[in-house]
Design a protein. Structure first.
Length: 260
């Protein structure tokens, strides 16, 4: 939370987190009575009851609370997802796991560059170290490093051995089996297509999250509050998305319908 620079946004997150902790410690307890809410850019008393509705980025929220936000969808991201986003942690933070998995897949399967080289060339990475390794893999491909030994030699010359090892260390053999060298080519293709697309979506949403936080700090209106929550929910959904693909795993001897 301390990494969130804007004082207004940080205060909203802190208050919501405190309320959540109180409810966890006292399950029957209600949120603070006489609480305060956004109303037309100012603060007023928050009533109870009502249902949920819809909202848009540029308009107010239309729900049974008359534009008020209830506790069903708290601002804080469940499970602390926001604390793990590159926007909050910054580009110098530890390697994001999804970026590391994409890189590990390229390290294990250099032939992917022949089919997805253009995709890799404009793949957005928030972490500077991850992006450096991505560019090095592209350069190695252009230099003709089309197998694991040639690729390892190229990375060694660029003093990237340790970084490549860190990338490998973030993978779990049971959960992330498609990124390992013994995976069948068709499974690797399916995994790469799905994961790279989800990564792009999450990256775009992370940038929108930063814009929404800035807008709320400059104008603490109900519309901006709704926009921030909307982006947070879409980002959380994107990070937890898995696709069931018929036949995924078959080329690696894993058979059946599996999640990508």
């Amino acid at each position: 939370m301390a990494a969130i620079q804007d004082e207004n946004v940080r205060r909203h997150y802190k208050q919501d987190l405190n309320d959540r902790l109180k409810r966890l410690l006292s399950p029957n307890a209600e949120p603070r009575s006489g609480g305060r809410r956004f109303e037309g850019g100012s603060w007023g008393s928050a009533p109870s009851g009502g249902g949920r509705g819809t909202f848009g980025r540029n308009g107010g929220r239309g729900d049974a609370r008359g534009g008020r936000f209830g506790r069903e969808a708290p601002l804080i991201m469940p499970g602390g997802e926001i604390s793990r986003t590159a926007v909050v942690r910054g580009p110098l933070a530890s390697l994001p796991r999804n970026e590391a998995l994409l890189l590990f897949c390229l390290l294990s399967h250099p032939w992917l560059m022949d089919e997805f080289g253009e995709d890799v060339s404009d793949l957005p990475f928030a972490n500077k170290e991850a992006d450096r390794l991505r560019r090095a893999l592209l350069e190695a491909h252009l230099d003709g490093a089309d197998d694991s030994d040639a690729l390892a030699a190229h990375l060694s010359r660029e003093d990237l051995d340790a970084l490549a090892q860190r990338v490998r260390g973030l993978a779990n053999p049971r959960m992330d089996w498609p990124v390992y060298p013994d995976t069948g080519a068709e499974d690797v293709r399916l995994w790469w297509s799905q994961r790279s697309a989800l990564h792009r979506k999450a990256y775009t949403l992370s940038r929108e999250l930063r814009e929404a936080e800035r807008s709320l700090g400059e104008d603490p209106s109900e519309a901006n509050f709704a926009w921030l929550r909307d982006v947070r929910e879409r980002l959380s959904a994107a990070e937890g998305t898995d696709a069931l693909v018929e036949g995924f795993g078959a080329s690696s001897g894993r058979g059946g319908t599996r999640s990508v």
